[in-house]
Design a binder for this molecule. Structure first.
Ligand SMILES: Cc1cc2nc3c(=O)[nH]c(=O)nc-3n(C[C@H](O)[C@H](O)[C@H](O)COP(=O)(O)O)c2cc1C
Length: 160
């Protein structure tokens, strides 16, 4: 079974989780990049938070993925204002998953990504994807080792 892990990450936490699960599942790994890199800081926080709340897209670099090559696709994003990121909205809005099995996942500062998972599930389903499960990994205040542990725990269902 061939899997793909595709993700967006601003500060590297989602990237760490994506790399960990891709390695554990022997999956291909694709990073989504925005055309205009974001500066970090309070103004960015407000702008991107608002963009996420309003389900906006952002301009992303071309993604050449043949979805039909994969039985399972993991789509990863940080939680921004309880929602998926604009870059991931762009990915999901622009593609038709043709009943592909999709596993959305998030990294988050808080303890709960339920709202973000609900939001992305509806968007994936509108793009014909079938959400078969999902997970979220906490990143705030945790070392890379702890985040990697969290990622490994989250995917035990897929590795056993
Ligand atoms: C603009 C912005 C909004 C955020 N909103 C939330 C939120 O609503 N809930 C949450 O748990 N974490 C929130 N966070 C924290 C991130 O989800 C968390 O730090 C994530 O692991 C960062 O992933 P990254 O390093 O891949 O960019 C927010 C971070 C940013 C920058």
């Amino acid at each position: 079974m061939k899997s793909l892990v595709i993700f967006y990450s601003l500060t590297g936490k989602t990237k760490l989780v994506a790399q960990t699960i891709a390695e554990a599942l022997n999956a291909e790994l694709v990073e989504i990049e925005e055309v205009k890199p974001r500066k970090r800081g309070f103004a960015t926080y407000l702008t991107v938070g608002f963009a996420a709340i309003t389900n906006k897209e952002s301009q992303i670099k071309p993604v050449n993925v043949n979805w039909n090559r994969y039985d399972m696709v993991f789509i990863g994003s940080p939680v921004w204002a309880s929602r998926p990121t604009p870059a991931i909205n762009s990915l999901v809005y622009a593609n038709n998953f043709q009943s592909q099995s999709i596993v959305p996942f998030f990294t988050m500062g808080g303890d709960n990504a339920d709202k973000a998972l609900e939001n992305i599930t509806a968007k994936i389903e509108r793009s014909q994807g079938k959400v078969i499960s999902s997970f979220a990994v906490k990143s705030y205040g945790l070392s890379d080792e702890k985040i990697i542990d969290g990622a490994k725990k989250a995917i035990t269902n897929y590795t056993n």
